[in-house]
Structure formats: C-alpha cells, structure tokens
Design a protein around this ligand. Structure first.
Ligand SMILES: NC(=O)c1ccc[n+]([C@@H]2O[C@H](COP(=O)([O-])OP(=O)(O)OC[C@H]3O[C@@H](n4cnc5c(N)ncnc54)[C@H](O)[C@@H]3O)[C@@H](O)[C@H]2O)c1
Length: 387
C-alpha cells in the first residue's frame, strides 16, 4: 500500500498543471511507497482552476481564496506556484498553517521577502519546506553530483553554470508578469532562473564570496495585449562572475541566467573544470554527459557518452530511452514526497529538493549582483563563505 499524501495546489497556471501531470503518471515510478493526490486547488482566476476540475479526478474542492484552502483539514501539503510578489504572504501563511510546502523559486520577490519566509521556516521546524528545482534530477546532472561527491575533480579550476531561454527574443511576444518589477521583482531573470543555476553549486558547498555582475535589458517594450505597448522593466540577461572560497579551494564561478539567448529553449547546464577531471552536462543534449579525466603528462581527451535513463527514482522506462523535462519534474516530486514520508535521512536516494537555506543564499547573491551592477564594482556576497 502506498502512503497517499493529500495535496492542495495554490496557483493553477503553467507549473500547477505540470504537478497535476506528474501526479497523474505516478505509476511511472517503481518501488515508491508514497503517492501525491491533489485533492484541492486554488486560483484567483476561476477558469484556471476549472482545468483541474475537468482533468484531475481526485480534486474535490476548488477555492478562489487560498486561506480557505489552508483551513481545509483534508489538505496535508501544498504546492504553491504563484507570481513572485505573492510568495512572501502565501508561503508564510502556508507554513504557519502547519502544511508542508513545495514552493516555487525564487522564494520571495526580494531578499526581505525571502528572509521573512526563512523566519517562518525557523519558527515551524516540524514543517518541511523545499523549493522547486528540477534540473539536477536529469541523469546527466546526477552523474555530475556523483563525481563531485567522489572528489574526482582534483583542484577546481573553474565552474560555469547557466540557464538560457530565447522566447523573449521575439519582440512581438506580449508582456506578462515576468517583465514587470511589481510582480517579478527587481532581480528580473536572476530571480526567475537563478536558483536553478545555483542549486548544484550550493549543494556542493560552492558559495559565491563576491560577484561582478553584468545585467542587460534588451527588449525595452512589448505589446500590452490591448493594442498598445508597455515598458519591460526587468533584466533580460545576467552574467555573474563570482569567486568561490571554500576551506581548501578558491576558484572562479560564472553563472548566467538569460531570457534572450538566441537558439536556446530551456538550456540548463553545468561545466566543472578540475586539474584531475572535468565534466559537463547540458539539457541541450539531454542524453549526453562529457568527462575528461587527466593524469600528469597524459592525453586530454573528452569522453562523451549517452547517459542512460537511470534516474534517482526507478521508473518503468528502460535505460535505452531518453529522459526529458517532465521526467525531471516527476523525479523532483518523488524526492519531495519521499522526504515528507520518510524524513531526510531515510529517503530512497539522498538528493533532496532545494532547501530554504539554498534559496536564501541565492537571494544574497542576487541582491549583491544588483549592487555590483549599479556601482560597477565587485560586491561582497554575505553567504557565510570564508572571507
Ligand atoms: N520550476 C520551473 O521550472 C518553473 C517554470 C516556470 C515558472 N516557475 C515558477 O512558478 C511560479 C508560477 O509561475 P507560472 O509560470 O506557473 O505562472 P502562471 O502565470 O502560469 O500561473 C500563476 C497562477 O497563479 C494564479 N494566481 C495569481 N494570484 C493568485 C492568488 N492570489 N491566489 C491564487 N492563485 C493566484 C494565476 O491566476 C495563475 O493561474 C513562479 O514562482 C515561477 O517562478 C517555475
């Protein structure tokens, strides 16, 4: 018998539907003794919630006010996928209501909002709170995690990680909440895409100690959907040159988040160069993982292999097939539900979803990046890294 976790969903948009789809194909996973069931949904827009009533048979309640969903005793845990300006109030209310939460990044529109959420997390230690970040669940990314944990790289020379999109290259794309400061925040593309990029480096203990940021706005106005145009207020692209200082290492780490990277659709990547080993994975070639082992005086040859469909949680898909975005969402959901049911120490596999501490570190970096760009100087990131 699988333990059923009764979920409420707040925000029935793009990501809310992804969760519904992952929950609907739970039979894809093998050897899991837990299962999410979406029993209630909430959206301020009635038609968005209607999709769930039409397509998700387990949904028995649809609310327009999230506070009504929070007082529904049938709901044990919540997925919240709403615009960034709503994270602070809604996440805090969820946590204070004692419901476990998988929230969406960036976990608050700015650092102040994130710190308020972090405070609610501290006050409610019995509530499990995690942030959505699915890309590390690609098998190629998991392979890199394994290599880092095995200490394969020797001395780290340099790290590069990024998340690139290109749909905003089209100037006729109408404006949406992600282009407005009041809904998406001043971070722009950093808040939107940055935690995805930072999740693995932070998990490896590679916290930025300082940052030199280059932020750009490329498309300055867009159709407003009413026949006119509206200004795009948020940063389209960000390049963050950071220095990582750990107890035994110091190396450059270049992080980039781009809404306008011609030719890229959801390209998430990480490249690690080390004196003994280098490795690279990008969702652009989701089957491939590259590595270059090196011994003094030896050849430097990249090994490029097809990473089999070998995910953190077993599935019915054979290793001869390939892995995609919706598979990574399913794996992330398995990790969250596993942690709810078994606790962090007893999970089937050890890789947890992004933590509130990691989200807080990402805010520390983005806030410093805004300062760096504004002043044209190197800004200190108070990540608790060594000075
Ligand atoms: N993990 C990922 O890969 C990924 C991808 C895209 C977006 N996101 C994140 O997901 C979140 C939502 O983004 P999205 O793309 O799904 O947005 P969306 O605009 O598609 O959906 C947001 C939904 O929230 C609803 N909403 C607004 N105010 C509300 C309120 N007060 N109460 C209840 N519902 C309300 C809207 O009506 C809408 O249906 C954001 O935090 C975003 O950063 C994550």
């Amino acid at each position: 018998m699988k333990k059923v976790i009764r979920f409420g969903l707040i925000g029935c948009g793009l990501m809310g539907r992804e969760f519904a789809s992952a929950a609907a194909r739970w039979c894809h996973l093998t050897d899991v003794d837990f299962e999410p069931q979406i029993v209630a949904v909430c959206d301020a827009n009635e038609s968005a919630a209607q999709w769930f009533q039409d397509n998700v048979p387990s949904v028995t309640q649809a609310y327009m006010d999230y506070r009504d969903l929070l007082s529904d005793p049938d709901v044990e845990a919540i997925y919240c996928a709403v615009p960034h300006n709503l994270h602070e109030q809604i996440y805090i209310d969820i946590i204070n209501a004692g419901k476990h939460l998988l929230g969406e990044k960036p976990f608050g529109i700015d650092r102040k909002a994130n710190e308020a959420i972090a405070e609610a997390v501290r006050r409610n230690p019995h509530v499990i709170v995690r942030s959505s970040s699915e890309f590390p669940f690609f098998p190629g990314a998991q392979q890199i995690v394994k290599w880092v944990n095995e200490g394969r790289f020797g001395r780290i020379i340099e790290v590069e990680a990024g998340f690139w999109h290109s749909s905003d290259l089209d100037p006729t794309k109408p404006i949406n909440w992600k282009r407005r400061i009041d809904t998406n925040g001043e971070y722009g593309c950093m808040g939107d895409l940055g935690l995805h990029v930072l999740h693995l480096p932070l998990r490896f203990g590679w916290k930025p100690a300082n940052v030199r940021a280059l932020l750009s706005k490329i498309v300055e106005e867009r159709p407003d959907g009413r026949g006119g145009t509206a200004p795009c207020e948020t940063w389209d692209n960000a390049i963050l040159a950071c220095e990582v200082k750990t107890e035994d290492q110091q190396f450059p780490m270049v992080l980039s988040t781009k809404r306008i990277a011609p030719g890229h659709a959801n390209t998430w990547f990480i490249r690690i160069q080390g004196t003994a080993f280098s490795a690279e994975f990008t969702t652009k070639n989701p089957k491939q993982v590259s590595s270059l082992p090196y011994v003094a005086g030896g050849q430097q040859a990249w090994h490029i292999v097809d990473a089999p469909y070998k995910s953190a949680y077993g599935t019915i898909t054979g290793a001869i097939f390939e892995f995609g975005f919706s598979d990574s969402i399913l794996q992330m959901w398995a990790a969250f539900c596993d942690e709810l049911v078994h606790g962090t120490q007893e999970m089937t596999q050890p890789f947890t979803c992004a933590t509130p501490e990691e989200a807080l570190d990402s805010h520390r970096l983005f806030t410093a990046a805004l300062e760096s760009h504004r002043t044209g100087t190197t800004a200190i990131v108070d990540c608790g890294a060594l000075a």
